[in-house]
Structures are given as C-alpha cells and as structure tokens.
Design a binder for this molecule. Sequence first.
Ligand code: FAD
Ligand code: NAD
Length: 473
Amino acid sequence: MTEQYDVIVIGGGPGGYVAAIRAAQLGLSTMCVDNNLGKDGKPALGGTCLNVGCIPSKALLDSSKNYAHMLHDYKNHGISFDNAQIDVTTMIARKDKIVRQFTGGIAGLFKANKVKAIHAKGTLVGNNQVKLTQGDKVKTVTAKNIIIATGSVPFSIPNVEIDNKLIVDNEGALNIEETPKKLGIIGAGVIGLEMASVWGRLGSEIVIFEAMDSLLAAADSDIAKVAGREFKKQKMDIRLKTFVKAAKIIDNQVEVTFEKNGEQATEIFDKLLVAVGRKAQTNGLLDANCGVELTDRGLIQVNDLCQTTAANIWAIGDVVRGPMLAHKASEEGIAVAERIAGQHGHIDFNTVPWVIYTEPEISWVGKTEQQLKDEGIAYNVGTFPFAAIGRAVAMNQPEGMVKLLADKETDTLLGAHIIGANASELIAECVVTMEFQGCAEDLARIIHAHPTLSEAVHEAALSVDKRAIHKMN
Ligand code: FAD
Ligand code: NAD
C-alpha cells in the first residue's frame, strides 16, 4: 500500500521546511522531500538560503567587515595593529561550520515536530501523488495536499560557462580559497554587490559590469544615489550600461568581452562571478499530466492564496511570483499550512521588507518615491541623515539617511527607505507601522531611546511634518 500523508512538501528550503513544521504543529501528518546535498556531499536541508545563500553570504560579509574595520576604521578609535592579516581558509571553514550547524538544526526540528524527512527528488505525477527518486530507487507516495517549494537556481548567460573554479556562480563565490587579485562581476544586483563587498574588503580589485543605466533599480533613487557614492569610495568600479557578451578561460585567467556604447572591448580577470538573477527550479518536477501550469516566465502559476492550477496543489517561495526572499518564502509556507488546516493564513505583500547587507546596509519596505509618482499618489517626504545622530557618529558610521513617505492626506506610512548602519534591524519598526496601517505621526510620537540609531527613524518621521529637531526643516 502506498504511504499516505496529509501534506507532502517538495523542497526543504525556508519556504518548504517552515511549511512542513507549521503543518505538523497543526496536527497534519507531514513529509518533506528534499534533494540537496551539502558541501560535504551529505543531505542538507535549508535550501539555497542556508546552504549557498543568506546565511553563508552573511557569515563572509561579517568576517570581511571586521577585517576592513580593522584596516581602515579602528585607527580612528586609537586602536592600532601590526600587520593585520586574514586567513581566507579559516574564514571559509567558519562559514561552513555555521551552515552545517543550521542545516543540522532543521533536521532536529523535523524530528521534534515529527515531520518525516526524505532525501530524494520529488516529481508530481497527478492524482495527488509524488514520485520519489533516490539513485535507482523509486517509490510513490500520496497526500491530500502537496506544497511545491523547489526554489530557484541562477540564470546563466550565453557564452559564459560556469566551472565554479575561475567562472563562478553564487555557490562558487562563497568558496573562493584565496583572495583574487582582480575579480570581475556580471550584475550589480543584490548578489553582485554583497559579494563585491566581501572580496573587495579582502583586497580584490573589483569591476562590476551592469547592463542597466542605474544601480539597484528596485530601490528608491535617493537611496541608490547614496549607495553609488559609498560604493565608489570603497573602490568598486561599477560600469553601467555595459553588457557582457562572452567570457573565456585563457592561461588560468578569465577574458571578458563586453560592449559599451556600441563598442566591444576585453579585459582580463583572475576570477569572474556571474550574478545575473535567478529562475524558478522546475527541472524534472512536473509530470505531463499533473495539471500544474507555468507562467510565460517559467514560474509556477498561483493565485493570491498560493493555489496552483491543480486542486490541492500549492506552491510557495522563489518558484512563484513575487520577490525571491527567504522571509517571503517562509511566510507563504506558514500561510499555506494554515489554509490547509482550515485557518485563514494571511500575508500582506505590501509589507515585505528588503535588506541588502553591504556597508552601509540598505533596507526598504513599501513604495519608492518613483512608484508613488507613477501611481499618482500625493505624498509627504521626511528625511534625516545619520551624520546628525550621536550614536552613528560615536560608532564612526555617520553615512546614510532615513527617508519616509507618507500619504499627503491621511499621513499613512507608504514607504520607508534606509541606508546606514544597522538598516537591516531598523526597518522592522517601519514594517510594523505599515502592517498596522500607522502614520508618520505615530512614529513621531513614539519614544525612541537615546542615543540609538532608531532616533534617525524618529527624526525622519518628525521631518514628514517639517518639525525635525536636529536639522533645519
Ligand atoms: P530554496 O531555498 O531554493 O529551496 C528549495 C529546495 O528544494 C532546495 O533544497 C532544492 O534542492 C530542493 N528541490 C528542488 N527541486 C526539488 C525536487 N524536484 N525534489 C526535491 N527537492 C527539490 N534572501 C533573503 O531573504 N535574505 C538574504 O540575505 C538572502 N541572501 C541570499 C544570498 C545569495 C547568495 C542567494 C543565492 C540568495 C539569497 N537570498 C536571500 C534568497 C533566498 O535564498 C531565497 O529567496 C530562498 O532560499 C527561497 O526559498 P525557497 O524555499 O523558495 O527555495
Ligand atoms: P538581481 O536581479 O538582483 O541582479 C542581476 C543584475 O544583473 C541586474 O541588475 C541585471 O541588469 C544584470 N545583468 C543581467 N544580465 C547582464 C549582462 N549580460 N551583463 C551585465 N549585467 C547583466 O540578481 P542577483 O544579484 O543574481 O540575485 C538574485 C536574487 O537573489 C535577488 O533578486 C534576490 O531576490 C535574492 N538575493 C537576496 C539577497 C538579500 O535579500 N540580501 C541577497 C542575495 C540574493
């Protein structure tokens, strides 16, 4: 007899594993099938996020940040070193240990919650059945509900072949064992800028090729301008409107051919990172008769509730529309598990925060000023620079600003944009305000501890009404 579950989740990333745990918490018998292998060749839950994404990249960002502060900033505090060094092998090993700790942690959470974990490739075969393939072993299991959470994989570009030695994708970029003298990066998006930060801080000469005419197209343009200035100070050579046509390996180096203003040129690098976006992972997932349809961009088609075109088949995370972010995947997973259990799982897609872990950090939630203009929504703006915040100056991190956008008539907070120290944490207050449909005035009247970076959010809220205390309005 085939094994039967209330819920089978295909994919054990932050969408899938969270959905599985929530389903089990709600009393549903749950299996999670995942085919990922860790760097050590053993099954590793946690998907892109834990294995080759959010967590390892942040581990390297932190190591390299400490090193860069040692080299460039500590002297301002009167702290000096003789011959500061970074051992890249130790840095990578520390990152690997963190990854293993967290992937193993999920296996423990599955056990504690009685989620059955299977290492196999899952294929949806129709009639609520999933075919599990592990080497030459194949079996079929069934479930009342199936959640697809198979995530995403990097895009490739023509004439640039990834070998993950000299020409790397995000996975290879997290495992470079020696700081490249000259690192080329294709794409000034989130991965490009975070990895440029890591290797630039360790001493690589960085050149980023970006096809578009601006950097961070999704961010508010005032914030992107500040970011561009700061990255320039960090000696990142970001070449806009430059389109990479090909890359080839010559004598253990990479020759990149690119086109700018209609003219072609070549340049030699020690390594090349390809970070040109990601696409849905549906390879071998859908049997012809399973009833699940794809969009014209290759994503699994879902409605607002994450229901696919087949009954009782749901899809969440990077494999469906919306931003490719771990917290968005997890919240969809929770909402779907609750819907399956007959509850009213809820997500507000207007309040999904974004964070980019460069230095300064960049974060935002809600609308940009350009979007409000395009949508014809009247608004007020409040801004405040970290340079006027005592804590930021005491930390020697005065760069950046907070910018808030509020509805002209109702004062409802419509967008919050931060570039500066700890922007990743500061955005949470703005997300809560927006989720509760709060106003700039609410933020302005809340007591913020002194001296903290959060005072910049407070002052920006006061500035919406032109009554900031520590700047001219
Ligand atoms: P995934 O995490 O991709 O997990 C999908 C899982 O399903 C994988 O384990 C895969 O092997 C498995 N799978 C696929 N097909 C099958 C199949 N047929 N059968 C069985 N298993 C299958 N997001 C943030 O929010 N913050 C960050 O700081 C951040 N940093 C990132 C840094 C990098 C370098 C990268 C690449 C991404 C980063 N992201 C970040 C994005 C984040 O990792 C993804 O949005 C998130 O992992 C998506 O979760 P998911 O569960 O949808 O898919
Ligand atoms: P991205 O979409 O952020 O950026 C890709 C960039 O590559 C774009 O600016 C694009 O114009 C450029 N590009 C494409 N083809 C090109 C070419 N031939 N020549 C020059 N430039 C070219 O994609 P990404 O950086 O690969 O990241 C993928 C996704 O992963 C992100 O969108 C995000 O969802 C997720 N991510 C999130 C975080 C975070 O939350 N901190 C960190 C890393 C990744």
